[in-house]
Design a protein. Sequence first.
Length: 517
Amino acid sequence: MALSFIKKVFTFGKPAEEPVPEAAERELEPRSSDEDLPIAADPVLAEEMDTAGGPAADIDEALAEQEPVEAQSELLPTVDDLGDMGVVPLSLLEAEAEANADDAAVAPPSVPSGHLPHKGGDRLEDDAAVREEGRVEPTEVFPEEIPAEEAHNIPVEVEQGSQSLPPLVGEMSDRTEGDVTPAEAPPNPILPRGFASGPVAEPEPLVTPQPRLSWFQRLRNGLARTSSQLTGQIAALFTKRKLDDETLQDLEDLLIQADLGVETAMRVTDTLASERYGKDVTGEDVSRIMASEIAKVLKPVAKPLQLDLSHKPHVILVVGVNGTGKTTTIGKLAAKLSGSGLKVMLAAGDTFRAAAIEQLKIWADRTKSEFIGTKLGADAAGLAYDAFEQAKARKCDVLIIDTAGRLQNKAELMAELEKIVRVLGKLDPDAPHTVLQTLDATTGQNALNQVEIFRNVAGVSGLIMTKLDGTARGGILVAISAKHKLPVYFIGVGEGVDDLEPFEAEDFAQAIAGISQ
Ligand SMILES: Nc1nc2c(ncn2[C@@H]2O[C@H](COP(=O)(O)OP(=O)(O)OP(=O)(O)O)[C@@H](O)[C@H]2O)c(=O)[nH]1
């Protein structure tokens, strides 16, 4: 499965020709990581450490304009899905941990059963304060081990701010407190919970497995709000009306309001006018033309993510505004890559918040990826450099670096991201080989501004749009593609590990136009 899957999702480029220069002289203190990886010193000159400048109005406005994020999806991956990908489900990891806990073991109090450490609720001021006050020891990021009994008494719902995160794995949501004790953990971690090896009668499964939907069905379901709103309005517009200038204008307005963008709206109305002016038009006619025109816009940007594995590692830097799904997307990508037999390292370059580091660590564990993190508030560029060195030393195929998106102003954003790119370039002038930006579909038009900003700051080479499930604003991907013409590699339609799929222009265009395949 390994190579065929990789070929489907990623393509491979030519080997790099430029020699890798020697590491730059280092001047700063060595840092520690969560793993017992050897830690490199910060490659950045002391004078480079200062981030420049005061607030820049444009980014403040763009970030402030961001609309409230819509409700999170309930869609979750199943244990089977994870198994299909060669990823060990968190439930099994937990079972293993719980089995170990029987004797003396430990559970991180910040990561109770089935829950990711919460990432929301913390504020810029808090982050700034942490940075002001100085760096926090890693033990605060990964708290001291505690006795198993205490770990199991931790409430299932953790509230560390204004919201709590849903469980990672589908089966976790069915579990109630006290369902599982260390004594109940299966002795063999290869078997799912509730099964035992040997001649023991198998208990009835608690949940009847649901038939697995095809990707297109899941895409259709995810985009149902976008398409039903759009097709409903179009059907209402064309009830018993011939196509004239007025209906064309109304249709154009409607398509623009659906976030498709002026350019695509005009393409649809022009084609419709050329085919059916003065004639009766049905909603189906419009949907067909709309799907065809949208596909024309999307086809040039629907590209596979190119991995040049001769780099060892191919370095992917992931950027984007806070909450757009960077960390989750990194986890999903890591699952695909490591499930296909590649050696992956995840680097927690979002050093602003402890929970961001913890969440990435959990994704690394789940996906059997290597992990490198650093102290809260530490210099992200230094971590990126260390990560690159370690990934090289450990012969990783792919290094994926998370970054902070919660930055107060454009100058700080530019300084941090530019510095990361600069220090990576000291180890390989082509690095980062890919700069991915995550975009949250629910933010609508604001996503257009975000691409503008991060393109300029970080040299974004491709996009991943997340949260296309359950939003009525999926049309924004069409507007972004028409305006920026950047490759769109994947789309996210849920929080689960398998809710990330390669972007297919035809599928997306048909799903948004409400056309069945
Ligand atoms: N419904 C849905 N939720 C998603 C998707 N991708 C990510 N999320 C959720 O969005 C929330 C934010 O995702 P994160 O991965 O933490 O975002 P981030 O950009 O790393 O945020 P920071 O680390 O805070 O900068 C989490 O609750 C994710 O589970 C998606 O495709 N669909």
